[in-house]
Design a protein around this ligand. Structure first.
Ligand SMILES: [Zn+2]
Length: 276
């Protein structure tokens, strides 16, 4: 499933082709993704100029010149494919396709159809039902050690489970939760309410560092994620623990071996030697 760095990478890949452009042709090739597309979806996008693109949590927000925000979630397998070598041969699972006034085609391809799209007033988009409860952006100013401590106060769950809760922090999934806990030396089974002080500081800075590194590498490409160019991301080659069960811990001076456990139904990879 694309996490924050992958969505950021896709958003950055789309920006040069969409920003300032007019959506000259828009076609919804089925009425629904995970949920039905909004009424008149293609017609409401057609002819609109794109003011800009941004990301909130794992949503791509495309602001249009009529005050509408086009919200996009890639779900488990959604891909945004750009091409400009003539009319594309549409592939199976190309559910929404559009052409800009510059002649670039964008195809939203989503085999598993857990993605979603909606149109919402830009001025009110933070209050959309899917965005209103989401916590601070991990790379934004509002995310600090004290904000994290407050969000974890009284939480009897593990820190790993708490990091996956989008109300605590936006956009972190299984991969980057494991990586950030490893970098900060915090055991995934530690109770969330006990991550305070220096540990909270270390975790906040590890989350920022791991996400920044992953964005710089173009995201990870496990399973179905692709950049908009169709190239693979490279961050999976830099994983410290994720998907590395039985291998030695890469942390300098640590003799530990990466282990895998299951927490709340998801695999957690960690090093029992250096994560406390
Ligand atoms: Zn270790």
């Amino acid at each position: 499933m694309p996490e924050l760095p992958e969505v950021e990478t896709v958003m950055r890949g789309l920006t040069p082709r969409l920003e300032g452009r007019i959506l000259a042709h828009v076609e919804a090739r089925r009425p629904d993704l995970r949920w039905p597309l909004p009424d008149g979806f293609a017609g409401r996008l057609m002819g609109r100029r794109v003011i800009g693109l941004r990301r909130r949590a794992k949503y791509i927000l495309v602001d249009l010149d009529d005050g509408t925000c086009w919200m996009i979630h890639l779900g488990m397998s959604g891909r945004m494919l750009l091409s400009n070598d003539g009319d594309p041969a549409f592939q199976k699972h190309d559910h929404v396709v559009l052409r800009t006034d510059e002649g670039w085609w964008l195809r939203f391809n989503d085999a598993r159809r857990f993605g979603m799209m909606d149109l919402w007033p830009t001025a009110d988009v933070e209050n959309h039902r899917l965005l209103s409860g989401i916590g601070p952006e991990p790379l934004g100013n509002a995310f600090s050690a004290s904000a994290l401590e407050t969000a974890l106060e009284g939480r009897q769950t593990t820190i790993k489970a708490a990091l996956l809760d989008q109300r605590v922090v936006a956009g972190i999934g299984n991969i980057y939760a494991c990586e950030a806990l490893h970098r900060s030396g915090i055991a995934p089974k530690r109770l969330a309410l006990n991550v305070r002080g220096a540990r909270a500081e270390a975790l906040v800075s590890a989350i920022g560092a791991v996400l920044t590194d992953a964005i710089a590498a173009g995201g990870s490409s496990l399973r179905d994620h692709r950049q908009t160019s169709g190239e693979l991301g490279y961050f999976q080659h830099a994983f410290g623990v994720y998907d590395r069960e039985g291998q030695s811990c890469p942390k300098e001076g640590c003799q530990g071996t990466v282990q895998r456990i299951v927490q709340t139904g998801r695999s957690t990879f960690y090093c029992p030697s250096c994560q406390r």
